[in-house]
Design a binder for this molecule. Sequence first.
Ligand code: SAH
Length: 248
Amino acid sequence: MKFSVLTLFPDQVKNFLSESIIGRAEEKGILNIDTIDIRDFSGNRYGKVDDTLFGGGTGMLMQCEPVYQAFTSIYDADKEEKPHCVFMSPKGSVLTQEKAKELSKYDHLVILCGHYEGIDQRVLDEIVDEDISIGDYVLTGGEVAACVVIDCVSRMIDGVLPNSEAYEEESHMQGYLEAPQYTKPNVWHDKKVPEVILSGNHAKIKEWKRIHGLYDTWKRRPDMLKNISISADDWKQILLIDSEKKDT
Ligand code: SAH
């Protein structure tokens, strides 16, 4: 999958994505992450790409033309279709696992990062297909947000993780949170790994994980329960876990 990131700070994006799992996937050629410096398209020798706001207001706004030129430099409009363009914005719909899954289906995704006060609306209207926010707060720029999108979309591309199980069983993938996880040693600070987990009985382990995942969802993110149906039997077990925890 190819990502083209339009930004005034390409190094912020490159530095973050060149390490670890995403960096290795790029080295293997599974991902192609390209950064395009909008400043290269300023059209003036000072590299100026922003100006004061019409109608008043503090700060500077990124101008239309450099953003437009940077975008059109990515593809050949005569031969290729316009690639899907996402604008990172606090006004966008908040990123979810489901949205990330949807984005992972594109062969080529363009991610536009604003900075300062943002970007002139007119160029957004012309090139952007959808606005995505990473949460209800305001950042200084879209670069961190773009890295978040690329990171979580990439995990679902074949070959980035060892196998699809590695992400399919995680929090949010099935509509609820993942159960607690454990590794060696079996006992640490007098705390034991739950017996079932060490039993080697895969069916029991799977069921333990499902019920404890539901329990954690109920305790931590009750808002997520409206999207899943929990049987009366499951509730009995969830409440049992709760009473056991209260007793210890
Ligand atoms: N004036 C804008 C905020 C500009 S912040 C407003 O009030 O809506 C500068 C840039 O940071 C934005 O253009 C956007 O690209 C990025 N940004 C800020 N908060 C973000 C968020 N929650 N999610 C995604 N991008 C964000």
